[in-house]
Design a protein. Sequence first.
Length: 302
Amino acid sequence: MSLVEAAARSNDVDAVMQLAVWRMRGVPLARDLSAARELLRRAVSIGHVDAALTEIALTANGSGGPIDWPKARLLLTLAARSDHVAAAHLTLLDRMDLSDDGSPRMPPSPREISRSPNVWRIPAFLSPDECRHVADTAAPLLEPALVIDPRTKRRISNPVRTSDSAAIGPAREDLVIRAINHRIAAASGTPVDHAEPLTILRYRPGQQYRLHVDTLPAAKNQRVRTMLIYLNQGYTGGETEFSANRLTMRCEAGDAIMFDNVLPDGSPDLSSRHAGAPVTSGAKWIASRWIRAARHDPWNDA
């Protein structure tokens, strides 16, 4: 730590970035998101490209400072002049009809397809390019998926869930992902800060998610609603199946479904039990956003 701090004082850009990462992770230095933002700004001024993208993400989602979408958009525009990744993000954003806070001007209109469980469908929720962006963002982060152990409340491996998964946390929540999260919030009628990070699941042949509910055991801030977005086609099997009414969903790339996980009194709705059937060929990619009853701090997940 002393060596890195000394190098940072000498304007070693990689050392400055390393300190920012440590401040975000909380290891080995204490987490300090405001300090991380300052370090990222310094790294950007020296010329660190990745620092610019992380600073943009934290500016948009309000980590370590106020939420400021216009400033984040301006920072992205500046970064896009010399970075092809930032330029690609800006191109995608320019295709979206967004208001000043990054939310959609025209919220999607879910169509009810079931009651008990309450299930809605939103065709063409994401464009093909948006689907590709979400999958590409998550791909380097994929690892075997875990479930919550009801006894220990820790994440463990379990044969009930055999996919690979990746959560796009606040440090990687670029403006395209942030705008998609705003779109999910608008479609679900919930604040954007009530949800967990967007999580991507990849199911390869033989992988599945057996019958389960999305509620968490004894949670004080329960998962009240789920949004699933189908990111690709070209696979067989992998249907989403609700056991209570034998509803089977097979969607096109870009389509989304949304369903309630709790009853009006806040208790788990067992009719929401669902499964991801085994994939028989190809690979199924979906994005999941679990929406809580109240504000959720994504840095706790990180």
